[in-house]
Design a protein around this ligand. Structure first.
Ligand SMILES: [Mn+2]
Length: 319
């Protein structure tokens, strides 16, 4: 029996999102404490951070120090492996690597924290062992070297359930398809999507995307941050919610009301665009061509000649 503790995007920071009214840094660190303590108490042999550990490479040294303290505190933590990949928020200017970043410092300071890549890292527990592979943000998914091993993939890539986060979203993988596409992985742990996505197959394999540890925007007031404990022997999955304050206590209620009204107005606007006559969705040149065609009496020939360069070549306009 080997238990793995699985977290979501952490986004450790000391800077308070616009609508939060609590001591945000304190809340972030208390949740991290809770996550580590809970994994230790539940007897996890390893704890997983699937990218976006830090909210930004610009977090102050003080916060990085406090995070390091938590990973190094107490002998008991040293019996647990920590594994991670990096997300785009862990990086400087979104360039690959952890050079000169808080995550780079954390990796240097905590030897039991391992940055996963295409070379398998191993966790041993008695006779049992698992092989870890990682794909950080922007990296390809590695192929496991030994299919007979219990292989776990950790990656920072957009994974969705059965619906897109927004209409027109193109860069994503569907959780259930990942299980079919990568049959040699027993368990796939992902970060990037701040919503919870869990998919399972009949063999007990799972894709687990816990979603964000924090509720940083009003859109997330319904989100229930949590960690997952996965048993590699029985494939049993247990979700444990992180203790949180009710949304009204940590979000500014007036701002929530204003934001809600703003969102409703935006919805109305989007709907009117979808139903609008003569509006060809969001295609600028098509809309421009329609406008010019409809208003050519009032537009001078010179302007139309100028505009023709911007219009699709098959646009019929008599000048
Ligand atoms: Mn994130």
């Amino acid at each position: 029996m080997m238990k793995i503790g699985i977290c979501g995007d952490q986004h450790w920071t000391n800077s308070k999102p616009a609508n939060r009214i609590d001591d945000y840094e304190d809340t972030v660190l208390r949740k991290l404490d809770w996550e580590i303590t809970t994994c230790v108490e539940r007897g996890c042999v390893a704890m997983v951070f699937p990218g976006d550990l830090f909210d930004s490479y610009k977090v102050p040294y003080g916060l990085t120090q406090k995070v390091i303290q938590r990973f190094r505190a107490g002998e008991m933590y040293h019996t647990m492996d920590f594994v991670c990949v990096f997300g785009q928020h862990d990086q400087r200017y979104h360039t690959l690597g952890t050079e000169n970043t808080p995550l780079g410092v954390l990796l240097e300071a905590v030897p039991s924290l391992v940055l996963l890549d295409d070379t398998p890292a191993m966790t041993l527990d008695g006779d049992e062992r698992v092989h870890w592979y990682g794909a950080s943000w922007g990296q390809d998914i590695p192929v496991p070297r030994n299919k007979l091993m219990y292989n776990i993939l950790v990656m920072h890539k957009m994974v969705i359930g059965d619906k897109k986060l927004w209409e027109g979203q193109t860069e994503y993988s569907e959780a259930s398809k990942l299980l079919k596409e990568f049959p040699d992985y027993n368990l796939i742990i992902t970060g990037d999507n701040h919503q919870r996505i869990i998919a399972r197959d009949q063999r007990g394999r799972a894709v687990i995307n816990m979603g964000s540890m924090m509720r940083s925007t009003i859109a997330q007031t319904e989100h229930e941050p949590g960690i997952a404990i996965f048993d590699t022997e029985t494939s049993e999955l247990t979700i444990i919610p992180i203790p949180t304050q009710p949304a009204e206590k940590v979000f500014s209620v007036e701002k929530v009301a204003v934001e809600k009204e703003r969102n409703e107005k935006l919805d109305l606007f989007v709907n009117s665009l979808q139903q609008g006559e003569g509006v060809e969705k969001m295609d600028f040149t098509a809309n421009l061509a329609n406008f010019v065609q409809a208003n050519k009496e009032e537009i001078t020939d010179g302007v139309i000649r100028e505009m023709k360069d911007m219009l699709p070549t098959d646009t019929k306009l008599e000048v």
